[in-house]
Design a protein around this ligand. Sequence first.
Ligand code: UDX
Ligand code: UDX
Ligand code: ADP
Length: 469
Amino acid sequence: APVKVKKICCIGAGYVGGPTCAVIALKCPQIQVTIVDLNQARIDAWNSPDFDLPIYEPGLVDVVKASRGRNLFFSTDVDKAIQEAELIFVSVNTPTKKTGVGAGFGADLHYVESATRRIAAVAQNSKIVVEKSTVPCRTAESMRTILEANCKPGCRFDILSNPEFLAEGTAIQDLFSPDRVLIGSLQTQEGKDACGALASVYANWVPNGRILTVGLWSSELSKLAANAMLAQRISSINALSAICEATGANIDEVSHAVGYDSRVGSKFLRASVGFGGSCFQKDILNLVYLSESLHLPEVAAYWRQVVELNEYQKSRFSKTVVDTLFNTITGKHITVLGFAFKADTGDTRESPAISLIRDFLAERAYVTIYDPKVDAEQIWQDLAEANPNLPLELIKKQVTLAPSALEACKNKEAVVIATEWKEFKEIDWQVVYDNMTKPAFVFDGRLILDAEKLRKIGFRVKVIGRGSQ
Ligand code: UDX
Ligand code: UDX
Ligand code: ADP
């Protein structure tokens, strides 16, 4: 029969593990949840007296406030938390490999592996180990092999796959009322019991009909598939946006009309400067790598094109900026509004803003950046990584960080919207215009501005997916 879960350990206090397990603690006051991480600074931030948490996510602070110190704990004592828990989430990072076999495609699983080995080394009784990080198919199988080869007599490990579908910026909302919770297990009695134990945790707030139980590999593949299909929608609409720009059709009208078809659906069809975030590209590249290793080159090529189109969309947009500014931006001053990969997050992983700014720097333009949530240190780190041939001192000569959107736009020739922050819609664009060099240009990479209104003020405006007027 399923064990009753009284203590949960979550290994990895990042964007996935932190919010997910904080919500479990909130919804299950009878369960003690300990989130552990090797990174002392991160744990200190989670524990900070004034709730200055390491990640920005709307609503997260309230969730942590409600439970921290009651049944929610953050710690660097990984071993103790493992030993005490009946159920362990593995939510460590799984970045794309940078070197070696599968570099640029395959997932770097060494964080998953070392967390798994730690569990095997210190566990003194049986555990349910839940793979939460997005991982390539069959990772659960590798975890099982490692655990079984290293466990002490009398310990058994049941492995579950329980991928997280939350989106950043809406994580708390997504966790409170998920479209579905997916749990994959071996179809043995033990596997089903472990699945039941985890399902009963979620049953504290998720309706039964939304808790789906499937085989381990289906669960792992479903996560990759969901992200690949979401990204594919964006690449599809972005491919159409290029046709719109060339023909004078309007991508907003096209996606509205297409989205009305209930078989297609209206969500997630907003054209943009390109998708970013830690998941889409990584998961598609995982799928490409998997397809290739299964000798399915046509399948690999199909999914690879989703990423290639995204790269194309980003460089197409920087080229529009250069072309429009009379074919040269050398020495010109460009403001980039937004640096996060989407609104309502401070996360910059794979943000399209990084590619745009790299292109602008390559053209030797001066760039001023403003983002309401990304801190300066993160921006410098991302720009240094994206421009390995430019020393940081040189980058800092070309790039300025501004304290507000209005300040960022002063005396500049062009403003580029890279993230759809709500505050950019609410800027007083007349004031922006009055303070800019003329002719003043606005490039809307997120379709958030009223182009007609801006043109009336005097701006020259380019919007993704609209022909020039
Ligand atoms: C995604 C999935 O949505 C989530 O289910 C999964 O668990 C993790 O990956 P996330 O990357 O946090 O979540 O954000 P998401 O809202 O999916 O946005 C990803 C990127 O696509 C962003 O850069 C966003 O701006 C872009 N996007 C999204 C568009 O360009 N157009 C859209 O219509 C939607
Ligand atoms: C399609 C569009 O659905 C319709 O809106 C448009 O006006 C004309 O083209 P149709 O070709 O008549 O309609 O049939 P549809 O139901 O779309 O099926 C097209 C093909 O896709 C069929 O061979 C069908 O078997 C196949 N299909 C459909 C699948 O293989 N899987 C599915 O999930 C759906
Ligand atoms: P994600 O977006 O997947 O949550 P993050 O990078 O935000 O990824 O978080 C992953 C966290 O996992 C990091 O804080 C990292 O320090 C932590 N981590 C990685 N490996 C281990 C490990 N073996 N034990 C404990 N924590 C780990």
